[in-house]
Design a protein around this ligand. Structure first.
Ligand code: COA
Length: 260
């Protein structure tokens, strides 16, 4: 898979997608968003991919936001299309991915970059990472789901403060607020993401997809997450993974899930 603004590599079940515009701190322009959409869709179809890791090129930035130069002259109509694209083609697509998506936050993670990271299922940060939603300093608000996902992750009061001040927080502060799951020194970032991915891959892929669907259902308007859980739970009983998982437990052996 080759892209102009991304690196894409699959190895031992893990697909790593690296936003690759280091001279622009990996800012998300139109082409990069569309390539990310293609890459994530490709990973969904790829039988060799079980877990997706998204990171940024270089040691300075994960993604420093949407490309400010590109959108600075947009009309209201163009802005609506920009936000709509960011939601449906990128962040919703990641959040609803049937495969787990881990953000390896390796530096500045700002604006659209933090919104991208928040759409991922798990976030791991390097100790030099800095996070903010600084959009109000540009006279705009977060437009890729930040006003919705940040309160979900850190609570309404803290989200109000982060969004209204636009202030940057470091990785430890992000960890203390529950915005990232782990903080690790930069050299160990991908190692830890791979260790988490490997642990996930030892479980049933089919069950993991069902769990993603059920957890997400809690955040969808008009959807009864408890009911989705009941449906997803019961559907598991018809799968070969369930037969294998329960059989392996009863026979005191390690499961070898056919769905993986
Ligand atoms: N959009 C477009 N270009 C960006 C960008 C963004 N969001 N963030 C960084 N860049 C570009 C800079 O314009 C610069 O390009 P240039 O060399 O052609 O001028 C390059 O990336 C390096 O950034 P620079 O600002 O020189 O690095 P720095 O170390 O001095 O500062 C930041 C780093 C992250 C503090 C600063 O780049 C910044 O504030 N970026 C914007 C963050 C933001 O508001 N994001 C939200 C957007 S919605």
């Amino acid at each position: 898979m080759t892209f102009d603004n991304l690196l894409y590599q699959t190895d031992q079940g893990i697909t790593t997608i690296t936003v690759n515009r280091p001279d622009k701190l990996n800012a998300l322009n139109y082409d990069t968003v569309m390539e990310l959409n293609e890459a994530i869709n490709d990973a969904q179809q790829d039988r060799n991919c079980q877990v997706i890791v998204i990171t940024g090129s270089g040691t300075k930035a994960f993604v420093a936001g949407a490309d400010i130069k590109e959108f600075s002259q947009y009309s209201v109509t163009e802005a609506r299309a920009l936000a709509q694209r960011g939601h449906t083609q990128l962040c919703d697509l990641i959040e609803q991915s049937t495969k787990p998506v881990i953000a390896a936050v390796n530096g500045f993670c700002l604006g659209g970059g933090l919104e991208l990271a928040m759409a991922c299922h798990i976030r791991v940060a390097s100790d030099n990472a800095k996070m903010a939603l600084p959009e109000v300093s540009l006279g705009v608000i977060p437009g890729y789901g930040g006003t919705q996902r940040l309160p979900q992750l850190i609570g309404k009061g803290r989200a109000f403060e982060m969004i209204m001040t636009g202030g940057m927080i470091d990785a430890q502060k992000a960890f203390s607020m529950g915005l990232v799951n782990h903080v690790v020194e930069q050299d160990g970032l991908m190692l830890l993401c791979h260790a988490i991915a490997e642990k996930i891959m030892s479980n049933s892929t089919v069950a993991i997809s069902a769990a993603i669907k059920a957890i997400n259902a809690n955040y969808q308007d008009g959807t009864d997450g408890y009911q989705v859980e009941i449906e997803e739970f019961s559907k598991c009983f018809a799968t070969a993974d369930f037969k294998e998982g329960t059989n392996a437990f009863i026979n005191k052996r390690k499961a070898n899930f056919p769905g993986n």
